[in-house]
Design a protein around this ligand. Structure first.
Ligand code: PGA
Length: 267
Protein backbone atom coordinates (compact mmCIF):
# COMPACT_ATOMS: atom_id res chain seq x y z
CA UNK A 1 0.00 0.00 0.00
CA UNK A 2 2.78 2.40 0.91
CA UNK A 3 4.16 2.20 -2.63
CA UNK A 4 1.07 3.89 -4.07
CA UNK A 5 1.58 7.63 -4.37
CA UNK A 6 -1.63 9.48 -3.49
CA UNK A 7 -3.32 11.36 -6.34
CA UNK A 8 -5.62 14.35 -5.89
CA UNK A 9 -7.32 15.86 -8.93
CA UNK A 10 -9.13 19.18 -9.11
CA UNK A 11 -11.90 18.90 -11.71
CA UNK A 12 -12.89 22.48 -12.41
CA UNK A 13 -15.70 21.34 -14.77
CA UNK A 14 -17.30 24.24 -16.73
CA UNK A 15 -16.19 26.85 -14.19
CA UNK A 16 -13.58 29.65 -13.97
CA UNK A 17 -12.65 32.24 -16.58
CA UNK A 18 -9.57 34.06 -17.89
CA UNK A 19 -9.08 35.82 -14.58
CA UNK A 20 -10.35 33.41 -11.89
CA UNK A 21 -8.57 30.35 -13.35
CA UNK A 22 -5.08 31.88 -13.13
CA UNK A 23 -5.79 33.19 -9.60
CA UNK A 24 -6.93 29.75 -8.52
CA UNK A 25 -4.00 27.88 -10.02
CA UNK A 26 -1.45 30.28 -8.50
CA UNK A 27 -2.93 29.79 -5.03
CA UNK A 28 -3.08 26.02 -5.48
CA UNK A 29 0.48 25.80 -6.83
CA UNK A 30 1.77 27.68 -3.76
CA UNK A 31 -0.41 25.78 -1.30
CA UNK A 32 0.42 22.27 -2.45
CA UNK A 33 4.11 22.78 -1.78
CA UNK A 34 3.09 21.72 1.75
CA UNK A 35 1.49 18.47 0.50
CA UNK A 36 4.68 16.56 -0.14
CA UNK A 37 4.53 13.15 -1.81
CA UNK A 38 1.11 13.73 -3.36
CA UNK A 39 0.54 13.89 -7.12
CA UNK A 40 -1.77 16.85 -7.62
CA UNK A 41 -3.37 17.62 -10.97
CA UNK A 42 -5.78 20.34 -12.07
CA UNK A 43 -8.30 19.87 -14.88
CA UNK A 44 -9.22 23.32 -16.25
CA UNK A 45 -11.63 23.84 -19.16
CA UNK A 46 -10.02 23.41 -22.63
CA UNK A 47 -9.76 27.12 -23.58
CA UNK A 48 -7.58 27.87 -20.56
CA UNK A 49 -5.13 24.98 -20.72
CA UNK A 50 -2.31 26.97 -22.35
CA UNK A 51 -2.65 29.88 -19.95
CA UNK A 52 -2.61 27.58 -16.94
CA UNK A 53 0.34 25.65 -18.34
CA UNK A 54 2.41 28.80 -18.78
CA UNK A 55 1.66 29.88 -15.21
CA UNK A 56 2.77 26.47 -13.90
CA UNK A 57 5.91 26.57 -16.06
CA UNK A 58 6.85 30.08 -14.94
CA UNK A 59 6.60 28.98 -11.32
CA UNK A 60 8.47 25.72 -11.87
CA UNK A 61 5.45 24.06 -10.23
CA UNK A 62 5.13 20.30 -9.93
CA UNK A 63 1.35 20.63 -10.24
CA UNK A 64 0.21 18.52 -13.17
CA UNK A 65 -2.06 19.65 -15.97
CA UNK A 66 -5.08 17.57 -16.98
CA UNK A 67 -7.96 17.74 -19.45
CA UNK A 68 -11.56 16.85 -18.68
CA UNK A 69 -12.17 14.75 -21.81
CA UNK A 70 -10.80 13.97 -25.26
CA UNK A 71 -12.03 12.59 -28.57
CA UNK A 72 -11.65 8.88 -29.30
CA UNK A 73 -10.59 9.63 -32.89
CA UNK A 74 -7.04 10.65 -33.81
CA UNK A 75 -7.98 13.62 -36.06
CA UNK A 76 -10.28 14.62 -38.90
CA UNK A 77 -13.84 15.80 -39.44
CA UNK A 78 -15.19 15.75 -35.88
CA UNK A 79 -16.63 19.21 -35.32
CA UNK A 80 -16.34 20.46 -31.78
CA UNK A 81 -14.04 17.67 -30.60
CA UNK A 82 -10.54 17.96 -29.17
CA UNK A 83 -7.91 15.32 -29.97
CA UNK A 84 -5.34 13.77 -27.69
CA UNK A 85 -2.52 15.14 -29.86
CA UNK A 86 -3.90 18.67 -29.42
CA UNK A 87 -4.02 18.16 -25.67
CA UNK A 88 -0.44 16.86 -25.65
CA UNK A 89 0.56 19.87 -27.71
CA UNK A 90 -0.90 22.05 -24.93
CA UNK A 91 1.14 20.25 -22.29
CA UNK A 92 -1.62 18.03 -20.91
CA UNK A 93 -0.31 15.10 -18.83
CA UNK A 94 -3.56 13.43 -17.73
CA UNK A 95 -7.11 13.06 -19.09
CA UNK A 96 -10.41 12.25 -17.36
CA UNK A 97 -12.31 9.51 -19.18
CA UNK A 98 -15.95 8.60 -18.60
CA UNK A 99 -16.75 11.18 -15.94
CA UNK A 100 -20.31 10.69 -14.72
CA UNK A 101 -21.41 13.98 -16.31
CA UNK A 102 -20.11 12.71 -19.66
CA UNK A 103 -21.95 9.43 -19.13
CA UNK A 104 -25.23 10.70 -17.72
CA UNK A 105 -25.59 14.23 -19.14
CA UNK A 106 -23.85 13.81 -22.52
CA UNK A 107 -24.91 10.17 -22.98
CA UNK A 108 -21.47 8.53 -23.38
CA UNK A 109 -21.68 4.74 -23.39
CA UNK A 110 -19.19 2.17 -22.07
CA UNK A 111 -18.00 1.31 -25.61
CA UNK A 112 -17.11 4.92 -26.41
CA UNK A 113 -15.37 5.22 -23.07
CA UNK A 114 -13.28 2.15 -23.95
CA UNK A 115 -12.20 3.82 -27.22
CA UNK A 116 -11.27 7.04 -25.42
CA UNK A 117 -9.38 5.16 -22.73
CA UNK A 118 -7.39 3.24 -25.34
CA UNK A 119 -6.60 6.46 -27.20
CA UNK A 120 -5.27 8.11 -24.03
CA UNK A 121 -3.28 5.17 -22.66
CA UNK A 122 -1.84 4.23 -26.07
CA UNK A 123 -0.84 7.89 -26.43
CA UNK A 124 1.33 7.58 -23.29
CA UNK A 125 -0.82 9.91 -21.22
CA UNK A 126 -2.18 9.18 -17.75
CA UNK A 127 -5.92 8.38 -17.76
CA UNK A 128 -8.35 8.72 -14.88
CA UNK A 129 -11.22 6.36 -15.63
CA UNK A 130 -14.33 7.40 -13.68
CA UNK A 131 -16.93 4.80 -12.71
CA UNK A 132 -19.81 4.68 -10.27
CA UNK A 133 -23.43 3.73 -9.74
CA UNK A 134 -26.57 5.89 -9.71
CA UNK A 135 -28.78 6.20 -6.63
CA UNK A 136 -31.28 3.75 -8.09
CA UNK A 137 -28.52 1.20 -8.71
CA UNK A 138 -27.13 1.65 -5.18
CA UNK A 139 -30.58 1.24 -3.62
CA UNK A 140 -31.01 -2.00 -5.56
CA UNK A 141 -27.63 -3.18 -4.19
CA UNK A 142 -26.16 -3.25 -7.71
CA UNK A 143 -23.11 -1.04 -7.16
CA UNK A 144 -20.54 -3.81 -7.61
CA UNK A 145 -22.23 -5.13 -10.75
CA UNK A 146 -22.35 -1.64 -12.27
CA UNK A 147 -18.73 -0.85 -11.38
CA UNK A 148 -17.58 -4.20 -12.74
CA UNK A 149 -19.45 -3.69 -16.01
CA UNK A 150 -18.09 -0.18 -16.48
CA UNK A 151 -14.53 -1.25 -15.68
CA UNK A 152 -14.50 -4.46 -17.72
CA UNK A 153 -15.89 -2.74 -20.81
CA UNK A 154 -13.57 0.24 -20.43
CA UNK A 155 -10.51 -2.01 -20.09
CA UNK A 156 -11.33 -4.28 -23.06
CA UNK A 157 -8.22 -4.85 -25.22
CA UNK A 158 -6.02 -2.82 -22.88
CA UNK A 159 -2.87 -4.76 -21.98
CA UNK A 160 -1.42 -4.81 -18.48
CA UNK A 161 1.56 -2.74 -19.63
CA UNK A 162 -0.75 0.24 -20.25
CA UNK A 163 -2.52 -0.08 -16.90
CA UNK A 164 0.57 1.49 -15.32
CA UNK A 165 -0.73 4.84 -16.55
CA UNK A 166 -4.28 4.23 -15.33
CA UNK A 167 -6.03 5.57 -12.25
CA UNK A 168 -9.60 4.52 -11.46
CA UNK A 169 -11.87 7.06 -9.79
CA UNK A 170 -14.84 5.57 -7.96
CA UNK A 171 -17.47 8.29 -7.99
CA UNK A 172 -20.97 7.25 -6.97
CA UNK A 173 -23.23 9.42 -9.12
CA UNK A 174 -25.54 10.21 -6.17
CA UNK A 175 -22.59 11.74 -4.28
CA UNK A 176 -21.35 14.08 -7.02
CA UNK A 177 -22.14 17.72 -6.34
CA UNK A 178 -24.93 16.75 -3.94
CA UNK A 179 -23.17 17.17 -0.61
CA UNK A 180 -23.83 13.47 0.09
CA UNK A 181 -20.67 11.42 0.52
CA UNK A 182 -20.34 7.66 0.68
CA UNK A 183 -19.31 6.63 4.18
CA UNK A 184 -15.59 5.78 4.39
CA UNK A 185 -16.62 2.14 4.93
CA UNK A 186 -18.92 2.02 1.89
CA UNK A 187 -16.26 3.69 -0.24
CA UNK A 188 -13.56 1.32 1.05
CA UNK A 189 -15.73 -1.68 0.23
CA UNK A 190 -16.30 -0.48 -3.33
CA UNK A 191 -12.57 0.26 -3.77
CA UNK A 192 -11.62 -3.15 -2.45
CA UNK A 193 -14.00 -4.83 -4.89
CA UNK A 194 -12.58 -2.79 -7.75
CA UNK A 195 -9.04 -3.79 -6.78
CA UNK A 196 -10.06 -7.45 -6.61
CA UNK A 197 -11.66 -7.20 -10.05
CA UNK A 198 -8.50 -5.67 -11.53
CA UNK A 199 -6.49 -8.43 -9.83
CA UNK A 200 -8.61 -11.10 -11.51
CA UNK A 201 -8.51 -9.29 -14.87
CA UNK A 202 -4.73 -8.69 -14.90
CA UNK A 203 -2.74 -9.89 -11.90
CA UNK A 204 -2.55 -9.25 -8.15
CA UNK A 205 0.61 -7.22 -8.76
CA UNK A 206 -1.11 -4.89 -11.26
CA UNK A 207 -4.02 -4.49 -8.83
CA UNK A 208 -1.72 -3.74 -5.89
CA UNK A 209 0.01 -0.95 -7.82
CA UNK A 210 -3.20 0.59 -9.24
CA UNK A 211 -4.32 3.83 -7.66
CA UNK A 212 -8.05 3.96 -6.94
CA UNK A 213 -9.33 7.36 -5.88
CA UNK A 214 -12.70 8.44 -4.49
CA UNK A 215 -14.86 11.27 -5.78
CA UNK A 216 -18.19 12.71 -4.69
CA UNK A 217 -18.55 15.71 -2.35
CA UNK A 218 -15.07 15.36 -0.86
CA UNK A 219 -14.43 18.32 1.45
CA UNK A 220 -11.65 19.17 3.92
CA UNK A 221 -13.68 17.71 6.80
CA UNK A 222 -14.45 14.30 5.29
CA UNK A 223 -11.20 13.83 3.33
CA UNK A 224 -9.04 12.54 6.24
CA UNK A 225 -11.35 9.59 7.06
CA UNK A 226 -11.80 8.67 3.42
CA UNK A 227 -8.08 8.83 2.64
CA UNK A 228 -7.20 6.71 5.67
CA UNK A 229 -9.03 3.72 4.17
CA UNK A 230 -6.55 1.10 2.94
CA UNK A 231 -7.78 1.04 -0.67
CA UNK A 232 -8.46 4.76 -1.12
CA UNK A 233 -5.44 6.41 -2.73
CA UNK A 234 -6.66 9.99 -3.02
CA UNK A 235 -9.60 11.86 -4.51
CA UNK A 236 -11.16 13.54 -7.50
CA UNK A 237 -12.53 16.83 -6.30
CA UNK A 238 -15.17 18.97 -8.03
CA UNK A 239 -16.81 21.77 -6.04
CA UNK A 240 -14.10 22.01 -3.39
CA UNK A 241 -11.37 22.30 -6.05
CA UNK A 242 -12.66 25.78 -6.92
CA UNK A 243 -11.72 27.09 -3.48
CA UNK A 244 -7.95 27.06 -3.19
CA UNK A 245 -7.92 26.78 0.62
CA UNK A 246 -10.27 23.79 0.58
CA UNK A 247 -8.44 22.07 -2.24
CA UNK A 248 -5.05 22.56 -0.59
CA UNK A 249 -6.44 21.24 2.72
CA UNK A 250 -7.65 18.11 0.89
CA UNK A 251 -4.19 17.63 -0.70
CA UNK A 252 -2.59 17.95 2.73
CA UNK A 253 -5.04 15.38 4.11
CA UNK A 254 -3.86 12.98 1.38
CA UNK A 255 -0.23 13.56 2.37
CA UNK A 256 -0.99 13.01 6.05
CA UNK A 257 -3.03 9.87 5.40
CA UNK A 258 -0.22 8.39 3.27
CA UNK A 259 2.33 8.99 5.99
CA UNK A 260 0.00 7.59 8.71
CA UNK A 261 -0.62 4.48 6.58
CA UNK A 262 3.13 4.00 6.10
CA UNK A 263 3.82 4.18 9.82
CA UNK A 264 0.85 1.89 10.56
CA UNK A 265 2.35 -0.66 8.16
CA UNK A 266 5.76 -0.32 9.74
CA UNK A 267 4.44 -1.12 13.22
P1 PGA B 1 -17.90 17.05 -6.39
O1 PGA B 1 -17.48 16.49 -7.85
O2 PGA B 1 -16.63 17.03 -5.55
O3 PGA B 1 -18.40 18.43 -6.65
O4 PGA B 1 -18.92 16.13 -5.84
C1 PGA B 1 -16.62 15.38 -7.99
C2 PGA B 1 -16.43 15.07 -9.45
O5 PGA B 1 -17.37 15.24 -10.23
O6 PGA B 1 -15.33 14.66 -9.90
Amino acid sequence: MSTRKPFVGGNWKMNTNRSTGPDLVRAVADGVLAAEGVEVCVFPPFPYLLTIRSILRDRGSSLRLGAQDCCHQRDGAYTGEVSLDMLKDCGVQAVLVGHSERRHVMGEKDELINKKLRRVLEGSIEAILCVGETLEEREAGHQDIVNARQIKTALAEIPASLVERLIIAYEPVWAIGTGKTATPQDAQEAHQHIRELVGRTYSPDVAEKLRIIYGGSVKPDNAPDLFMQPDIDGGLIGGASLKSADFVAICKAAAEAASAKRSREGE
